[in-house]
Design a protein around this ligand. Structure first.
Ligand code: PEP
Ligand code: MN
Length: 652
């Protein structure tokens, strides 16, 4: 049984709770679970939970039916987010760990680190102590290998994870690694679990080749009970009768873990299948099944690897896998967490070639740490914000898009998250217009969010009682086929989550007649019920959000850390052309002559100027910035009204 204590509980109240439990024969341990302080009460004694829950200082009592109490979702319903240095694992992000099976030399680990980081891996892996099946196989470089790895991690600003094989080594390794890995063979080495758990560092716990999910979670329980709060589970294939692959990837373990536990779960497709050509397929399947990330073996020269070469990806294969994960992520409602952009001499430096383009965040952070979005709690824009900046990012809810732009301009928010286009309903002109009105605001990042609309109502409502449906007008357009089946009156609101909130402002007798179309998060945020999920006409329904920031003195704007990996590869422009034959062709030719690929061209009427049009253009940036800058200069001479909205790293 777990007793979660109220924040700021007095020592007297805590003592009373402990006395209550001890008198009833429980043995107690005090510890933390996430941000909560808890008392774990073990033993066969019975207690009147209702009486216990009434004691001052008791936030709640969780009497779980599972033997793994701390790891159980019954004890903690929210997904745990594990922090490894600057990297977070869990929640709505996908975090990728990559590196060689074993550290083989200073050069090998550094080169691998550079390659995997370039592709977007956020944590560097590598074994210094290798538990090998044969005593004659390469056993790892030991502490020397760990030192090489630490140096590579520091050089590339990547936290590192490495396997610890014995309790005796753990102390020695503690200051050199950011995360301990407990290998599959040691999953039930309880002395090792207790020792490593007590060091309080994040732990990556692999599943034993023959361990049941419950045994695996009990091993996680050892770690949590010993003191660490940061445990990530790793499915790496189990032993079955099948011999074609090295192990059998237990894909179903992912949804099972998600149901049973709040801990993040990642997958190691390399050890699961053991065959290079199949690693990426298994990794993508894991992401599709809901894994919070992967750990992947990558080697610059797999054929020369001292261990696990046949399953190690070439860096180019890893790059391809990362791109595929990025494309898949929105389908499962997640965002690929990229390497935070820090200045690395050997990688891309500040991308100041383009006005408003990528600059590393150091020394150039915006005034406020807050991120602005338009709408109320549970809005899609808030989901996008959390994807880009993390669940706990401080945020500023704005009542309109123009107030959002104002907030970024006056510095009360460092960044803003703005929807610009939906894959079903098209461009959101209102926001394009704002970019023209606010020339000091630049686009600095992009992400795509899959939009799954729900019909949301009060618990007293049903499909039969509804008369009115509220949503943003885009919500109505995207759910047209569903709405056409009902005689409901549609009432547009400025934001989908605001439509949900408005239901609660109605009198109790009116509530059954009103519903809203919004995301499931909005229903949760306002305590309302989802009557029907997935009512959008086409499930391939994505909204493109851009991250905005203020240009510094009309110059470059800062880039959010999670969006700055690599160089900017996309830019957005808006312009009008003179009213004469060939003027648009002349503009397009400027780009085609320089082999600049145009990925969007849309025209729309200019307000107040009948039959005149603005063109929205998105382009892929060429590798050489000079080409693009020259194209921009030339475009300015051929257009009438020219706006450079920003250059950024595009989302797939
Ligand atoms: C490893 O990650 O290098 C490793 C040895 O994995 P496992 O413990 O899953 O076999
Ligand atoms: Mn390996």
């Amino acid at each position: 049984m777990i007793v979660v204590l109220s924040r700021g509980i007095s020592s007297h109240d805590k003592e009373m709770i402990c006395a209550f439990l001890r008198e009833r024969g429980f043995t107690l341990r005090e510890q933390s679970l996430g941000d909560d302080e808890i008392i774990g009460a073990a033993g066969k004694a019975a207690s009147d939970i209702q009486e216990l829950a009434l004691l001052p200082g008791v936030e709640r009592v969780a009497a779980t039916s599972k033997p793994f109490e701390l790891a159980s979702r019954e004890t903690k319903n929210d997904d745990s987010i594990v922090t490894v240095g600057p990297v977070k694992i869990g929640g709505s992000r996908i975090s990728i760990i990559a590196g060689p099976c074993a550290v083989e030399s200073r050069e090998q680990i550094l080169e691998t680190a550079e390659r995997v980081r370039e592709s977007g891996a956020v944590i560097l892996r590598g074994g210094a102590f290798k538990p090998r099946t044969s005593p004659y196989a390469f056993q790892g470089l030991g502490m020397k290998g760990l030192e090489y790895m630490k140096a590579a991690g520091e050089a590339l600003s990547m936290p590192i994870v490495t396997e610890v094989v014995s309790p005796e080594r753990a102390d020695q390794m503690k200051d050199l690694t950011d995360m301990f890995q407990i290998g599959a063979r040691n999953m039930q080495n309880f002395e090792l679990l207790k020792k490593v758990g007590a060091l309080g560092k994040p732990v990556l716990l692999k599943r034993g080749p023959s361990a049941t999910i419950e045994e695996w979670l009990l091993s996680a329980e050892y770690l949590l009970a010993s003191g660490t709060r940061d445990v990530v589970l790793c499915e790496r294939g189990i032993r079955t009768f099948e011999t074609y692959t090295r192990n059998t990837l237990d894909i179903s373990a992912i949804p099972v873990i998600k149901r049973l536990s709040h801990l993040p779960v990642i997958v190691d497709p390399s050890h699961a299948v053991g065959i290079r050509g199949m690693v990426s397929a298994a990794g993508l399947a894991a992401i599709a099944a809901g894994a919070d990330g992967l750990t992947v073996e990558v080697h610059p020269e797999p054929d020369a690897a001292l261990s696990d070469g046949p399953q190690s990806l070439y860096p180019s294969q890893f790059e391809r896998l990362m791109r595929d994960i990025e494309a898949l992520a929105p389908v499962v409602g997640k965002e690929l967490l990229r390497t935070p952009h820090t200045t690395i001499p050997s990688c891309s430096g500040p991308d100041s070639r383009f006005p408003g383009a990528a600059e590393p965040p150091e020394g150039n952070l915006p005034l406020s740490g807050r991120i602005a979005f338009s709408g109320e709690s549970g809005a899609y824009a808030e989901q996008a914000l959390m994807r880009a900046f993390g669940e706990d990012a401080p945020r500023l809810a704005c009542p309109s898009f123009s107030r959002l732009f104002d907030a970024v301009l006056d510095g009360s928010a460092g960044f803003g998250v703005v929807p610009v286009e939906n894959s079903l309903a098209g461009s959101i002109h209102e926001n394009y217009d704002l970019f023209l009105r606010y020339p000091d605001i630049a686009m600095v990042g992009e992400l795509k969010l899959r939009i799954v609309h729900c019909l949301i109502a009060h618990e007293t409502a049903s499909l039969d009682t509804i008369r009115v449906v509220r949503s943003h007008s885009q919500g109505f357009v995207q759910c047209k086929d569903f709405l056409d089946k009902y005689p409901w009156r549609l009432e547009p609101c400025y934001n989908t989550a605001a439509a949900v909130a408005s239901i609660l402002k109605e009198s109790a007798s009116d509530r059954p007649a009103i519903a809203a179309i919004a995301g499931e998060a909005a229903a949760r945020a306002h305590g309302l019920t989802v009557l029907k999920e997935g009512i959008e006409t086409n499930p391939l329904n994505y909204t493109r959000f851009v991250i905005i920031a203020r240009r510094n003195n009309g110059d470059a704007a800062p880039v959010p850390p999670s969006m700055g990996s690599g160089r900017s590869d996309k830019a957005s422009l808006v312009f009008s052309v003179p009213d004469k034959p060939g003027s648009l062709v002349a503009c397009l030719k400027i780009m085609s002559d320089r082999e600049i690929n145009m990925i969007k061209l849309e025209s729309r009427p200019i307000q107040g100027q009948p039959w005149r049009y603005l063109f929205y253009v998105d382009v892929s940036l060429p590798k050489t910035g000079g080409e693009f800058n020259a194209a921009l200069e030339e475009l300015k001479t051929k257009t009438e009204d020219f706006h450079f909205l920003g250059a950024y790293r595009g989302a797939l």
